[in-house]
Write a protein that binds this ligand. Structure first.
Ligand code: SAH
Ligand code: SF4
Length: 354
């Protein structure tokens, strides 16, 4: 058995071609098979009714198509949707679909949980269980495309559960699947990887020739402040991270969650401006969402606006983001699969906000 959905489209094509040849199938079959993986996906080979039945049966045996099943689907009052997926082994992850005009951005997970334990993050509080396979990562997009082609995401951000660069092997393949014309065909500029900065892997990401976008979760402009919020600072320090970003050829976005009394002072804004300016980085300011360690509260709105203003006054392009999907706990950093759920979630539970 081969998991074709965890291979790059080129590798999947090779694997299928060899299999077809061994069975004495005509050469044109490959053109019928490969689009069924990603472009015009089928839930199972049995559903590719343009193929002879015996061939479909053989495909289902040798190349079963892995699925993520919807354990819960919630729709927010603002149109944001949250999907809780159950994986083949009963583990669960979440994705969030954020519609905005013509754009449909899917926020995808790369790991079950996360080992890095940033104090403000809900996923961080659940610890790490396992890495997702490439098929499970790109499969989050595939499942929505299976539901309806029109709903297919136009943009993808690795801002769901997990640290993508701690699962680089799978994420590397998933990036190819997302972007490849015989994969999901999403433009590289519409795919954003968000990371706290796992330096050796960041170098590998930077080497990819496609114009994938990079968002770096900075959250603090000094080592001392960052260490309080993000344990990873002890391993990959801020100066090293900034050094690595200097060498990154494309424009970087810096993510900065504003936490009352921790990192939201105007001095912090000044220090952040000194970091962002030489990088010509865009700064995304995010209101703190609930779900991390107790005792942290969002920066008051007036503080956030003043912080944004100060960055702009220093010539930094900064955007204070709106929170989306808060009513269904679908905002970035709020994703955490409750342990009790697991296998017990009834299938297709729709808890939509009417
Ligand atoms: N591990 C990666 C990607 C997943 S987190 C990373 O940390 O970059 C996706 C984004 O959500 C990150 O920018 C993260 O810092 C942010 N985030 C985490 N907890 C949050 C919270 N409580 N409120 C707002 N944003 C949060
Ligand atoms: Fe992990 Fe990102 Fe959450 Fe930090 S913010 S715990 S790296 S998912």
């Amino acid at each position: 058995m081969t998991d074709l959905l965890s291979l790059t489209p080129d590798a999947a094509r090779q694997s299928l071609t060899a299999w077809l040849t061994a069975r004495g199938e005509p050469a044109y079959r490959i053109r019928q098979l490969t689009p069924r993986l990603w472009e015009r996906p089928v839930p199972r080979w049995a559903d590719a009714t343009d193929l002879p039945a015996p061939l479909r049966e053989a495909l289902d045996l040798d190349f079963p198509l892995g699925r993520l099943t919807v354990a819960a689907h919630q729709v927010s009052a603002d149109g944001t949707e949250k999907f809780l997926w159950t994986l083949a082994d009963g583990q669960a992850v979440e994705s969030v679909l954020i519609p905005e005009g013509k754009r449909r951005t899917l926020c995808i997970s790369s790991q079950v949980g996360c080992a890095l334990g940033c104090v403000f993050c809900a996923t961080g509080t659940m610890g790490w269980s396992r890495n997702l396979t490439p098929g499970e990562i790109a499969g989050q997009v595939r499942e929505i495309r299976l539901q309806s082609a029109e709903r297919s995401p136009t943009n993808v951000v690795f801002m769901g559960m997990g640290e993508p660069l701690l699962n680089w092997e799978s994420v590397d393949v998933a990036l190819t699947i997302l972007n490849h014309p015989e994969g999901l065909g999403i433009g590289a500029r519409h795919i954003t990887l968000s990371t706290v900065g796992i330096l050796p892997k960041l170098a590998l990401f930077a080497k990819r020739p496609e114009q994938f976008r990079l968002a770096v979760s900075l959250h603090a402009p000094t080592q001392a402040m960052r260490k309080e919020l993000m344990p990873v600072e002890k391993k990959y320090s801020l100066p090293e991270l900034l050094g690595a970003l200097q060498g990154f050829e494309r424009r970087v976005t810096l993510e900065y969650v504003l936490i009352a009394g921790k990192n939201d002072s105007l001095e912090a804004a000044e220090a952040l401006a000194k970091i962002a300016s030489p990088l010509a980085a865009l700064v995304n300011l995010l209101p703190l969402h609930p779900g991390g360690a107790p005792g942290l509260s969002p920066s008051p709105r007036a503080h956030m606006l003043a912080f944004e203003r100060r960055l702009k006054d220093r010539g930094v392009e900064a955007v204070l983001r709106r929170s989306r999907g808060l009513d269904i706990a679908a905002a970035c950093g709020q994703l955490r699969v409750e342990r009790e759920l697991g296998r017990k979630v009834p299938a297709q539970e729709h808890a939509g906000v009417e």
